[in-house]
Write a protein that binds this ligand. Structure first.
Ligand SMILES: C[S@@+](CC[C@H](N)C(=O)[O-])C[C@H]1O[C@@H](n2cnc3c(N)ncnc32)[C@H](O)[C@@H]1O
Length: 295
């Protein structure tokens, strides 16, 4: 007789419960995964690699539970573009990592840019095109306040994202202490107020500088106008394929006057295939001075 190990007993126990060791709650086959990939790519430009299979499973399994769907097929078949569940589906699959002063050299350049473009009566317009939970947009606001030495600098920021859930968090401007760890202490004192307990909230004067709006960079029409003195489009293009990246960036060019700056993420490179911009610094591009450029 083969001795029974504790492991085999556990496996048999799970089998008796209708599960097996390592088994998942919902069947999720290649056809389901491919359908998720197709829907997401078509709607958002986000191209999911094979390596994201288990991430997709775990994030969408929550949506199956929430909606009561018994299989991925049933869930996906019932999904309708534009429906409330569609929004949840998209929100579940976006990657929202962000933090204050991410790629901090960008904010040194932005501070100089603000000062160079300052003119009496001119309000500089900034578009933060993948704002996520707001750390980036508030860093832009902090940089403006520091550059102009006032809580009411002459700038206006439009912050957009595809994901409505993160935009709601961004709008609140409330962060835990660990989330603002990269903000210098003097700036925390100047630009945040304490509370709710254990948290810091961006001061209302800075919040008045920002408008939040949902915007899908793949939409044929964008609800932003420009001209923008600077656009931040960081760490989102990386989720798109090359053709989509270039298309999005080339649509931004007409919204920018010459010398306006486009900030992209550290691994997003347009030196090839993009005539409208000239590399200005590490992952910062200036709108080229050329005929047809916005003025
Ligand atoms: C990794 S975060 C980057 C946040 C911030 N820009 C930064 O660099 O820290 C990527 C953001 O892009 C957003 N996103 C993904 N696809 C998008 C699309 N098609 N249109 C607009 N935003 C999109 C996601 O919802 C997510 O909040």
């Amino acid at each position: 007789m083969i001795p029974r190990s504790p492991t085999s007993t556990l496996v048999q126990g799970l089998a008796a419960l209708g599960e097996s060791a390592g088994a998942t709650e919902f069947a999720f086959d290649t056809a389901d995964f491919d359908k998720v990939r197709l829907l997401l790519k078509q709607h958002t430009g986000i191209a999911l690699s094979e390596a994201k299979r288990s991430m997709v499973y775990s994030r969408l399994a929550r949506r199956l539970r929430a909606t009561g769907a018994s299989t991925f097929r049933a869930y996906l078949d019932a999904l309708r573009s534009g429906s409330p569940e569609w929004e949840q589906f998209v929100n579940a699959l976006t990657t929202n990592l962000t933090y204050f002063y991410r790629e901090s050299h960008h904010f040194q350049m932005l501070a100089d840019h603000f000062k160079q473009r300052a003119r009496p009566g001119h309000t500089q317009q900034i578009w933060c095109a993948a704002a996520s939970t707001g750390e980036e947009v508030w860093t832009i606001a902090l940089t403006a306040a520091e550059s102009f030495g006032t809580l009411t600098p002459p700038i206006q920021i439009i912050a957009t994202d595809l994901d409505t859930h993160v935009l709601d968090q961004a709008r609140k401007g409330v962060y835990r202490e660990d989330q603002i760890a990269k903000v210098p202490e003097a700036q925390v004192r100047r630009y945040f107020v304490q509370g709710p307990p254990g948290t810091y909230t961006v001061r209302p004067e800075l919040r008045a500088l920002v408008t939040f709006r949902q915007l899908n960079l793949l939409d044929p029409v964008w609800s932003v106008r420009g001209p923008f003195d600077a656009i931040f489009c960081r760490n989102v293009l990386i989720y798109f394929d090359r053709a989509t990246q270039l298309k999005v960036v080339s649509r931004m060019a007409p919204l920018m006057p010459p010398d306006a700056l486009l900030f992209v993420g550290h691994s997003e490179n347009f030196s090839h295939g993009q005539q409208a911009f000239v590399l200005q610094g590490k992952t910062v591009y200036a709108r080229a001075r050329q005929p047809g450029a916005a003025t």
